[in-house]
Design a protein around this ligand. Structure first.
Ligand code: ADP
Ligand code: MG
Length: 691
């Protein structure tokens, strides 16, 4: 019987409620249950004598209660002390119901499971699981390690274990189809899928725990490999779907591009020229380009995007340029107006905040084809936006948009059966391993060279107790005709609070620095007010700009050479790097002061010292990945894409080249297995489809 066809409610004890909870986990069939793999294990197979306990380990222990007391100090409400013949252990409860407290009687023998920590009474467990022992009915120990599964509301870990146990019994009596190519299984001596699944759900007590806990057991590696393979194939499938699509062939209008480049006040860097050539080759094909353009902040991606746009415009086609925030979109609008209006091209603006008449006019230009390039935010997605002949979509700051948003914009450009080319830019460098997993469906270009003459920003880390010293540095800098940013951050997610904090900071700074001209920029300001403030800063009418993290992207004021970031320890490395990238754009030497709230945790100290020691965005991204994990680095939208069950991009990166080879073998020789393998591992949540 095919385990894929047995629905969960056919198992004992699974009623509609449990079934609904299982659906939430993406589990519909017995086979799905088998692929719902443990996150980790607990070891309930043996008892640890109390004298062998150490801080940090998890253990099962037994003993007699020799002391108990209600407590009203700090968080603790109940405390008791356990003893076996040779040692002691404190049990601490922050909340406890009466019936449980009554079980913990003086002289009661109990068994506990929990993590041992060093506390005020010596070694302790906080909120251990416990059972009262009954000499008449000895409580057996487990005979395999206990799996801990990802679960959801309404589905208790214990129930889930019972249900999966039933699925395992079914598995013992049947087979799961192998989809991995035989050569791969053979080359790595992988165990069979059945063996691996049985093992992972119920590792035997004699398993090498070190291997198991580090995900190095062959049964684990086999599943990790298969999961990475499924993910990679799913991206290649997207890619393959794109390859059968048709796109407009764009040839260079040499004169137009030459006129553009001649007007630039600088020479393109070697890296910029190389990337332009890569793009030129792509758009000359009748298949849509799908290219990710990476480059450190300040590496000059915008000019490259502009040249790409000219390939389309030169053939009398249109371009859409989309950015994730109004501010960034406006910055692009300005650059493109400056560059393109000199070439007699029409640049049009579309935003959610725009006046109706202006918007109607813009929409008309887009529809008639008289707009050569449209710049905007998500507003470009909306259904009333109709292009005459869109040939190229440029998306800036890709990591904030999901894969599926990318696809949606693409559909929008569909015209006469032709799909527009896509250029996706990201200012957050993506570590290679992560890019290999998350962007396998895109070709990649990297601008790995900064324009000549850029001076690395010097970064200092300073406690906020020395705020006055920081303020006098600003004073000093601004007196010397330099300009500065003061970036306010807050833990609170609320934008409203962030903006309030920025206003407050601006008032305080105006008090202590009365002779400086201080401006304010935050996300809650009206679009034109932001615009005015940015313009005043750009033209030098403002010395110091107090801002929230809205200035993270796109702001380009070369004369600004000092940046202060408050509470820097709360921001991610990538974000700090983005912010810092706002300075160091001119001739003068630039400085960044990372202010932190004293005292600093070990991790925060490490992060800030990375910022101090390097300006290299790729290096910082790699460290960020190591410290925070892929979900954070890519942004939450993208994280769903790479949320895996057993694989871990960092830990398992060494498998990627082999996984890519195996994927090719499957596509070439076993194409019929590709979809089934993907479906087995990837629960295509409806959420992904939503824009
Ligand atoms: P990013 O890659 O961060 O988007 P931008 O495209 O905003 O960078 O470019 C940053 C600044 O560098 C802009 O002021 C831009 O005009 C300038 N710039 C771009 N390319 C060069 C170059 N080859 N030489 C000198 N300056 C350049
Ligand atoms: Mg940019």
């Amino acid at each position: 019987m095919n385990l894929n066809q047995i629905a969960c409610h056919q198992l004992k004890g699974v009623g509609p409620k449990l079934e609904a909870a299982l659906h939430k986990l993406g589990v519909f069939s017995v086979q799905d249950l088998l692929f719902h793999l443990p996150l980790r294990y607990e070891d309930h197979t043996h008892l640890t004598p109390l004298r062998f306990l150490r801080s940090g380990i998890r253990a099962v222990v037994e003993g007699t209660i020799v002391q108990r007391e209600d407590v009203y100090r700090g968080k603790t409400r109940f405390f008791c002390r356990l003893s076996d013949e040779h040692g002691f252990l404190g049990l601490r409860f922050f909340h406890i119901v009466k019936f449980q407290k009554d079980l913990l009687k003086l002289d009661a023998a109990i068994r506990c499971y929990g993590e041992v920590r060093f506390g005020s009474s010596g070694l302790e467990m906080i909120h251990p699981e416990f059972h009262v022992l009954d000499p008449e009915h000895p409580l057996p120990l487990e005979d395999s390690l206990t799996p801990v599964y990802p679960t959801t509301e309404g589905l208790h870990q214990r129930n889930l274990r019972k249900i999966i146990l039933q699925a395992l019994l079914q598995l013992e009596r049947s087979e799961v189809t192998e989809f991995m190519p035989f050569d791969v299984l053979h080359r790595f001596q992988f165990p069979s899928l059945k063996q691996a699944l049985l093992f992972l759900h119920r590792p035997p007590p004699d398993v090498k725990k070190n291997e198991l806990f580090h995900w190095e057991h062959p049964c684990q590696v086999r599943l990790i490999f298969e999961e990475l393979l499924a993910h990679h194939l799913s991206l290649l499938r997207l890619r393959k779907e794109a390859e059968v699509l048709q796109a407009p062939v764009l040839k260079e209008d040499r004169d137009l591009i030459r006129r553009f480049i001649q007007r630039l006040p600088f020479q393109l860097t070697g890296a910029q020229q190389r990337v332009v050539q890569e793009i030129e080759k792509d758009v000359a094909k009748a298949q849509p380009m799908l290219r990710l353009l990476q480059g450190d902040v300040g590496s000059g991606k915008t000019v490259v995007a502009a040249i790409a746009a000219l390939y389309a415009i030169g053939q009398h086609k249109q371009v859409a340029l989309m950015a994730p925030t109004e501010l960034l979109a406006e910055q692009h609008l300005k650059s493109f107006r400056k560059w393109f209006e000199a070439l007699d091209l029409r640049v049009v603006w579309l935003s959610g905040q725009q006046k109706a008449a202006e918007r109607a006019a813009a929409l008309e230009h887009v529809a008639l084809g008289t707009a050569d390039i449209v710049v905007g935010t998500h507003a470009l997605f909306q259904s009333e936006v109709r292009f005459k002949h869109l040939a190229l979509v440029i998306v800036d700051e890709q990591h904030r948009f999901g894969v599926h948003q990318r696809l949606a914009l693409w559909e929008k450009g569909l015209h006469d059966g032709l799909h527009p080319h896509q250029l996706i830019m990201t200012a957050t460098p993506i570590p290679r391993t992560l890019a290999m997993v998350a962007y396998a469906d895109l070709d990649q270009s990297v601008i790995d060279e900064l324009p000549a003459g850029r001076k690395p920003v010097k970064t200092a880390v300073i406690s906020n107790q020395r705020r006055m010293a920081v303020i006098s540095r600003i004073h000093e800098a601004c007196r010397n005709k330099r300009q500065a940013y003061w970036v306010c951050t807050l833990i609170e997610e609320s934008e409203a609070l962030q903006c309030q904090a920025a206003e407050q900071t601006m008032r305080n700074l105006r008090d202590v620095l009365p002779e400086l001209r201080i401006g304010l920029l935050h996300g809650r300001m009206k679009s034109d007010a932001k615009e005015v403030e940015m313009e005043r800063f750009k033209s030098g009418e403002i010395d110091l700009l107090v801002a929230t993290t809205v200035i993270e992207v796109g702001v380009d004021v070369p004369n600004a050479s000092l940046m202060v970031i408050e509470n820097a320890e709360r921001l991610g490395l990538a974000q700090l790097h983005q912010l810092r990238g706002r300075v160091g754009r001119g001739e003068k030497e630039s400085h960044c002061i990372l202010m932190f709230q004293y005292p600093l945790s070990e991790l925060a100290r490490e992060r800030l010292s990375i910022m101090r020691s390097t300006n290299d965005g790729f290096l910082i991204a790699q460290k960020d990945l190591e410290l925070r994990g892929p979900g954070e680095v890519l942004g939450t939208k993208q994280a769903g894409m790479i949320q895996m069950r057993v694989a871990d991009i960092l830990r398992d990166a060494q498998w990627l080249p082999e996984v890519h080879k195996a994927a090719q073998i499957m596509l070439d020789r076993y194409p019929e297995s590709v979809d089934v393998l993907i479906r087995r591992w990837i629960y295509e949540n409806e959420q992904y489809g939503r824009v």
